[in-house]
Design a protein around this ligand. Sequence first.
Ligand SMILES: Nc1ncnc2c1ncn2[C@@H]1O[C@H](COP(=O)(O)OP(=O)(O)OP(=O)(O)O)[C@@H](O)[C@H]1O
Length: 615
Amino acid sequence: MTAERIPHTFQVDLRGLVDLLSHHLYSSPKVFLRELLQNGVDAVTARAAAEPGATATVRLLTGDSTLRVEDSGIGLTEPEVHALLATIGRSSKRDSLEAARAEYLGQFGIGLLACFVVAEELRVVSRSARDPEAPPVEWLARDDGSYTVRTLPRDAREEPGTTVHLTARPGAREWLEPARVTELARHFGFLLPYDVTVDGESVTERPPVWERTHPGPGARAVALAAHCQETFGFAPLDSIELDVPLAGLRGVAYVLPTAVSPAQRGAHRVHLKGMLLTERADELLPDWAFFVRCVLDTDSLRPTASRENLYADETLAAVREALGDAIRGWLAELAAGDRERLGQFLAVHHLGVKSLARHDREMLKLMLPWLPFETTEGQLSLEEFARRHPVVHFTRGVEEYRQVAAIAAAQGIGVVNGGYTYDSELIELLPLARPGTTVAELDTDTVTAHLDPVEPDEELALAPFLATARATLEPLGCDAVLRAYHPVTVPALHLDDRGTRHERARAEEEDAASDLWSGILGSLRGTAPRARLVLNHLNPLIRRMAGVADQKLAATAVEALYGQALLMAQRPLRPADSALLNRTFLGLLDWAVHPPSAADGQPGRQADQQTEEGR
Ligand SMILES: Nc1ncnc2c1ncn2[C@@H]1O[C@H](COP(=O)(O)OP(=O)(O)OP(=O)(O)O)[C@@H](O)[C@H]1O
């Protein structure tokens, strides 16, 4: 024997549902007003479609803890009230075809429930425009889920349309206060395409700034900037107008006047058919367009059920691409014709642009030549630098740059500092953005090759001193060479590139390692050049040093030169380097206060004489 199946219907606990909406779906009770406005606007839209030229108003009237929202819209008949108002999740707007749905703001059939977040009672009086014979109908609903429906005499409501009466729940009276209602109606509805009033005062400001006509481009720019200040609270660097007809979208992207982290998601304001949908849309633009804030109105993007964000669908993806194109177009236009403004933009946002140019080839091609870099000729765009120098030399580290920048510049070699975040990576990609450009890392050989060799007879005269220098620097893994270069004030230049340092670190490890390891490390020995101390023959101090007969003093002087050149390079010092600096400083100090004399049996008279001469 089988038990009989008894059909049941789900029971809905309205209080539980309202609690769910207010605490989990909507971010604030204020959305009740948006839902009411939206129903009024949808009803007016539906009537306008059926009856072009019909009155189209939504009027809000505040009272003592009450609010009335009156629309001149399509209205409802009694059967419609049962089917639509009293059925949660039922929407007349979803039932129609997709195309028709696009006309409306609502679609989920839960909007009216939002009113219970602030009201304990809802009374709806409606008269249908579709069926002029149908009498007015009243629907009275309480937050416990109970409701009554009755028809009213014809004169209870003469005109078609709907009035929603709200009575505040005890803790929510503030939401129905006149000032609050006006503020919210303005906030959500100021762009609505119908006449919306609160207690007789209009709250709409049509048309939006981007649809207004202005006497000229200058006046338009000023109006847009003022709008940005009002909407977002900042004076924009520039305004980019957005127009994507396919998505029924228009608006403006305002360029931020201060740098922001590219990781920070943009908070954009999106209106849907005039109604403010969200102030925090963060998926509207491609990630790379972090430097703008948008405000726009669209008729095609879909909201999520909370109606506080955009539904991630193909339309949103297409819109994102189209908006990305518009912003890229603006950048391209600046790059092609408005260098001054491009310069202003990059001065603020170059770090962000650099970070995304690494991942976005198009952005790289467009922007890289115009990005500012530190160069031996000051802050320059790579474009300008490449025009001045057939080879774009760069250093990978800031220290290398410091080491050679002044010297290289004095010899006419331009160098770009690639030591900052992303910089060398980007410089190496320059040929992609600027075909035909040669980019090369600056190495010690290039620098040395640009320094003038010294005449052989002069070099010969300094041979003993050079020999002392080489012998002194040998244990430090450094060669000594003599060149003539500018600026003459630099006595010695320490050239040491990445390869050299790597090689030296390996050699040090080899020394410290066991036999087996030193064998293996030894087999890895590279052919990288050693560090070089380039003594400047044009520098008077070097010439004087060459005349010092005291071997010990000459060696200390070479060590001091080496230490000073290291310091000038601003490179982190190895423990051995610090010890050397210490030793030479104290050695020279000691010598200065107590020069060794011939009587002590120490050589050094010549040094004495030099000091005498110097006095
Ligand atoms: N002012 C009104 N005039 C005419 N019909 C209305 C009005 N308010 C609500 N309705 C009817 O009641 C239905 C349910 O309204 P509700 O606000 O709950 O949902 P919705 O607007 O369809 O969708 P959403 O949940 O997305 O707002 C609507 O689809 C509409 O048919």
